[in-house]
Design a protein around this ligand. Structure first.
Ligand SMILES: [Zn+2]
Length: 415
């Protein structure tokens, strides 16, 4: 492990914020974590919890946020491509109502940006914006290329952050048999990401722009050069496209060839990737286990993203400081939330991790309701304890908290 581990005590005030960090603090109720490692809890700025929905759905705010809690994630940002999509203020409020009393962790609500969207009034109620440049689950009609600059300028004026799914459909290639992750990679090449990003950058002044699920080092380099934020997912970091894999491994953008995957991992471990997100897409197994070409894209991940990467820390392949920055600090800052650092004034959203204990991922034991994982059998380090605002919400693999997570909005000044 890189960085310095040292014995500390943390004082938490009545509002659940970190009040003091010192070698030793007197008074108050004390809890001894032994020689477990204390780190800030993660923020996942890309999940699909599927509420509301009309189709076959397994996930809900209840199951999805409990999965997040068990995976060490203290705040999730929920994507707007639901049924119906979240593209007007009334639908944001409806979603807030559905979430009440259900949330194991905090929730940030994205609103969708489209040609007909009331961006200005949505800016007053949503937590962030999402723009899809290619059709996806729930979004059939992405905005026309010519309209994008004015949409970006209007989003910039709201002050909210914007996440973009950046793949340019005009760069997709015709592939006769879409029957494997290799064919999917050929159909939606890296060039589609690069073209979409070239059309977005540099963007209007003041825009807080974040590119979702960058799949290749070359794409990471273009975004980094522009000064904007971007994320990678554990699937693009750890899984390469393989001929024999099923549609469970179908994601957008596609899994890439081994050398590209290895290059992305090198970028990540060098600390050159700002954000780690799951793109948690909990499709039921029944829907994924069909002909490759017909199956929807996406895989579950909110519960396993941090544990998989903590395992890499355990193995000595990744610095804990690098992981903490990408999984905890930067995603929270980008969303305007004040947690993700061990620092006075931050919310005491914390994890106690025992790096001597790891176990293989078993989908049957996961809390996400979709019941499968592309990482079945992979070793992982699950946090033993999770505190939200200083309150214990996970102990020894069980959710023990109250359903009192809240829908939060950005406070950039405080974050
Ligand atoms: Zn997504």
């Amino acid at each position: 492990m890189r960085g310095k581990l040292q014995p500390i005590e943390i004082g938490i005030d009545g509002e659940g914020r970190i009040a003091r960090i010192a070698k030793s603090i007197r008074g108050g109720v004390r809890e001894d974590l032994g020689d477990r490692v204390l780190i800030p809890a993660a923020t996942d700025l890309h999940v699909h919890l599927r509420e509301p929905s009309t189709g076959p759905r397994v996930e809900s705010f209840r199951s999805g946020t409990e999965a997040a809690a068990l995976g060490g994630v203290t705040a999730v940002a929920d994507m707007p491509n639901t049924e119906p999509p979240i593209d007007r203020p009334a639908r944001v409020r409806e979603k807030q109502d559905r979430a009440r009393g259900e949330l194991a962790v905090d929730l940030i609500l994205y609103a969708a940006v489209g040609p007909q969207t009331a961006i200005e009034s949505l800016g007053a109620v949503a937590g962030a914006f999402k723009l899809y440049l290619s059709p996806t689950t729930g979004i059939e009609q992405p905005p026309e290329e010519g309209s994008v600059p004015s949409l970006l300028a209007r989003v910039a004026a709201t002050g909210l952050s914007l996440t973009v799914h950046a793949e340019e459909p005009l760069a997709f290639r015709t592939v006769t048999k879409l029957d494997s992750p290799i064919a999917w990679d050929a159909h939606r090449p890296i060039e589609a990401e690069q073209r979409a990003i070239a059309g977005l950058l540099p963007g209007p002044p003041g825009l807080r722009l974040h590119i979702a699920h960058v799949s290749a080092p070359a794409v990471a380099n273009s975004v980094r050069g522009s000064g904007h934020s971007f994320e990678v997912t554990p699937q693009h970091l750890l899984l390469a496209a393989r001929r024999d894999d099923s549609a469970r491994f179908k994601v957008n953008p596609p899994l890439r060839p081994p050398a590209i995957r290895a290059g992305l991992w090198d970028e990540f471990r060098a600390g050159r990737v700002p954000v780690l997100s799951s793109d948690h897409a909990p499709h039921p197994a029944l829907v994924k286990d069909q002909e490759f070409a017909r199956a929807p894209s996406g895989m579950p991940g909110v519960e396993t993203t941090l544990p998989l990467l903590l395992e890499k820390v355990r193995e000595g392949e990744l610095g804990l400081d690098v992981l903490q920055s990408a999984a905890c600090d930067r995603p929270a800052r980008w969303l305007g939330l004040s947690h993700g650092r061990l620092a006075v004034g931050e919310r005491a959203n914390l994890l106690a991790v025992d790096f001597r204990r790891h176990r293989p991922i078993q989908a049957a034991r996961l809390r996400t309701a979709c019941g499968w994982s592309a990482f079945e059998g992979w070793e992982a380090v699950f946090p033993e304890r999770h505190y939200r605002d200083g309150q214990l919400i996970v102990a020894d693999g069980e959710f023990v908290g109250a359903r009192n997570g809240v829908v939060v909005r950005p406070d950039y000044a405080r974050a």
